[in-house]
Design a protein around this ligand. Structure first.
Ligand code: DGY
Length: 319
């Protein structure tokens, strides 16, 4: 009987695929390039499992062209690159990598909040540019975080980890979620509706998955509802925020600053955001620590190994 073939749609760590080598034939990615839909179809053709990640589009049409495919193991907790409904219809299992990246991603949300609030990006550029010639009482004044109200949109695992960190900063935390969390799971935060969150939070962090329902949950209207002193952080997905409206709000002073790790058309960034000195921009590195990125790859591969061993994958999305 022929061995199953597992495709890797990107290059991961050199030893990532090793645990599968004795169970399956491996089709590794020759170059670390994000494959487009046609590239995915070509690379994954004839394979029964694929290890994918953000930016690898497993759309309904791609899935339809891969009749042998039985499993897509995504490296990432987010899986909006996969049409899960189409996969489910075709009997394809989809897995993700929850939990292992929760704490690192929460750390990064805080890094962005601190950097944007305390103007670390623009003051550092100014210093490196040789412009610092004296200390001054009003030099690079920023926002306080301690003692203020933090609004978290999306109180899943990462949202809760962000809320836990807020306690150390003496912050009052409010959150908006589809459902109210039971006491004991809410990290002491209070559920409010979205309008109240935007108007009362001193700072707002977005950490919801991207879907048709969450597309542009922050646009011109929502930015206008926020405090002019507010910092907005997006650690969730590009597409949650209307980047053009945000660039305009940053320019007009409608909000004070933003910390963004994800963008609508990444890796292409809207030029008005690139030009905004009051935005701290990072290249989708929320989970990018040595330990966490390895743990994500290991978990994706463990899901494939489970399936090859005839067991249910441990972190199945479409149960
Ligand atoms: C995730 O885990 O979803 C990260 O954004 C990497 O894709």
């Amino acid at each position: 009987m022929s061995r199953p073939v597992v495709a890797f749609t990107r290059q991961y760590f050199p030893d990532t695929a090793e645990p599968l080598a004795h169970r399956a034939d491996l089709r590794l990615s020759p170059a670390d390039e994000a494959l487009d839909a046609a590239g995915i179809v070509r690379h994954v053709a004839g394979c029964s499992a694929a290890v994918a990640t953000t930016g690898c589009p497993f759309t309904a049409s791609v899935i339809d062209q891969l009749p042998e495919l039985r499993l897509i193991a995504n490296v990432g907790v987010g899986y909006n690159n996969i049409d899960v409904a189409a996969a489910t219809r075709r009997g394809i299992m989809v897995t993700n990598t929850p939990d292992v990246l929760t704490e690192s991603t929460a750390d990064m949300a805080w890094a962005l909040l601190l950097a944007a609030g305390r103007r670390i990006g623009d003051s550092e550029r100014w210093l490196r540019d040789g412009q610092w010639n004296r200390w001054a009482i009003d030099l690079w004044l920023g926002a306080d975080l301690h003692g203020t109200t933090l609004g978290i949109v999306g109180m899943g695992r990462i949202g809760r980890a962000i809320a836990r960190r807020a306690k150390g900063f003496g912050m009052n935390v409010i959150y908006h979620n589809r459902r109210t969390l039971p006491a004991g799971e809410d990290e002491g935060a209070r559920w409010v509706d979205k309008a109240e969150l935007l108007s009362t939070a001193d700072h707002v962090i977005l950490v919801v998955p991207y879907s048709a329902e969450t597309h542009h949950i922050i646009g011109a209207e929502q930015l206008a509802a926020m405090k002019r002193t507010a910092v907005l952080v997006n650690i969730g997905r590009g597409g949650l925020v209307d980047d053009v409206a945000l660039a305009q709000a940053l320019k007009s002073g409608q909000i004070a600053s933003a910390g963004l790790d994800v963008f609508e058309n990444e890796p292409r960034i809207h030029p008005d955001l690139l030009a905004a000195p009051n935005a701290v921009l990072t290249p989708h590195i929320g989970s990018a620590t040595f330990r966490t990125r390895r743990a994500m790859c290991d978990l994706a591969v463990a899901n494939v190994a489970d399936w090859l061993d005839g067991k249910p994958p441990r972190t199945l999305v479409n149960k």
